[in-house]
Design a binder for this molecule. Structure first.
Ligand SMILES: *Cc1c(COP(=O)(O)O)cnc(C)c1O
Length: 436
């Protein structure tokens, strides 16, 4: 069936779809039973260390069970659960020894926490551009951003697709940099068959409501380095030490612990993950096959090393000139046709008021601390990161829950986009011109 003669829903025509896409989160009786089990046990909270006196003889902590299961799932030796993905980044940076005076290279096309976690340990985030086709940290840009002060790099497995770790690890090794993988989008994802987060010195995950596994909030660090794992556990529990008295504190830490309720839900969510990710991959591949035939639509490149994508997002670029509709109008029209979508980040991270005003601590710290002898002006990154700038202007994001629908629902997405293309002339007179 063709919709050529249809008016676009945005101009009063009939929408392609009025059926909702699958809701997120997905849960059933198993999550309910798990929650009730914790509730009735009275063990709502876990001591950070098994040596705690009232843990003796009690059922195994759900947090302990979950962090072990998740680390194993991603292929790392240790898992340390924590309050959220931002905390996971802060704790792993601190545990690996990143601190005042250090620079940490991050991409600017990511959630703000990737950069603010660096500031939270008094280190300096430095932005390097992303690759045009994969939206992940560009190795050449990373290498160009390295100085004598660079201590670490945080590649983000954006949208659930592995970053170019072979090149990044090679650069990191040559310059003695720590690698912390931000895998907040990457539950179940892989790089060359290895679980995301397990490849660098540490990897971090989020279980916030939008992520592919969720308990509303939650986070986790994975690492195979025993000393790093012990420090992560200590830092998430106010600097305590395994085997030492509860009220004895050895280092400056946070209370970033996860509750037993969250872990009980996440144990069930983990059981659903692989089947859900498989479905996302099948539907994403189908969408890519269909959408790449349309003029002005450029789907995200899936490199060979991204052996398992978790598709936290399904992304493509809109070329406004080729397609004949501005992105603002495209997004609005697609929504009205019944397909949820967004343009993602309005601008790269360095253009947030936070960075432009350097409103971190008093007196510009940590940029002007005695520890730091560099000179960073966040307004200069715009010229250095053209791909991130373009991504913010051109990207279209669909949500991972949409990929949990059926093939006929993917056809609706394709039909809606085709309809907007075929009816592109309806926009003339109704709105401004396509931007140059
Ligand atoms: C969600 C997210 C985080 C932070 O996780 P929270 O649990 O929300 O603190 C970090 N990095 C990326 C890329 C994210 O998408």
């Amino acid at each position: 069936e063709r919709h050529v003669m249809n008016r676009l829903a945005i101009f009063g025509g009939t929408s392609i779809r009025n059926k909702p896409f699958p809701a997120w989160p997905v849960f059933d009786q198993t999550e309910e039973d798990a929650l009730l089990g914790v509730l009735r046990s009275g063990k709502w909270w876990r001591y950070a260390y098994s040596e705690a006196p009232d843990q003796v003889g009690s059922p195994q902590s759900k947090v302990a069970e979950f962090q072990e299961a998740f680390a194993h799932h991603q292929g790392a030796k240790y898992g340390i659960a924590c309050a959220n993905g931002t905390a996971a980044l802060e704790v792993s940076l601190k545990a690996l020894g990143v601190g005042p005076g250090d620079e940490v290279i991050v991409p600017p096309y990511t959630f703000v926490a990737t950069a603010t976690a660096v500031l939270m340990v008094n280190a300096i985030p430095i932005f390097a551009d992303i690759d045009y086709e994969t939206f992940a940290l560009q190795p050449s840009s990373l290498e160009g951003a390295i100085t004598s002060r660079t201590k670490a790099v945080i590649p983000v497995h954006f949208a659930g697709q592995a970053a170019d770790l072979r090149a990044i690890l090679d650069i990191a090794e040559r310059h003695h940099l720590l690698v912390i993988e931000d895998a907040a989008h990457g539950h179940g994802g892989a790089w060359n068959g290895r679980g995301l987060g397990s490849i660098g010195h540490a990897g971090t995950f989020s279980f916030q409501a939008s992520k592919n596994m969720t308990a509303g909030e939650g986070g986790l660090i994975i690492t195979s380095d025993e000393a790093c794992a012990a420090l992560c556990e200590s830092y998430t529990s106010l600097g305590r030490k395994s085997g030492a008295p509860w009220y004895e504190h050895y280092r400056l830490g946070w209370n970033y612990r996860m509750t037993e309720f969250q872990a009980a839900i996440l144990l069930q969510q983990l059981k659903r993950l692989e089947a859900q990710n498989s479905k996302r991959r099948v539907n994403a591949a189908y969408l890519t096959g269909q959408l790449s035939q349309l003029p002005g639509i450029q789907t995200m490149r899936v490199p060979d090393y991204a052996t398992r994508n978790s598709y936290h997002l399904y992304m493509f670029r809109l070329n406004e000139r080729e397609f004949g509709v501005s992105r603002v109008n495209f997004l609005d029209a697609l929504q009205k046709e019944g397909v949820p979508c967004s343009g993602g980040y309005a601008h790269p991270l360095y253009r947030n008021p936070l960075f432009l005003n350097r409103d971190f601590y008093n007196h510009d710290c940590p940029l002007t601390c005695g520890h730091y002898d560099g000179n960073v002006d966040y307004s200069t990154f715009e010229a250095l990161c053209p791909n991130a700038e373009r991504a913010c202007r051109e990207a279209v994001w669909l949500e991972h829950r949409q990929l949990l629908a059926e093939q006929e629902d993917m056809d609706d997405i394709v039909r809606a986009i085709s309809k907007i293309y075929e009816c592109r002339n309806e926009f003339s007179g109704n709105s401004g011109p396509v931007s140059p």
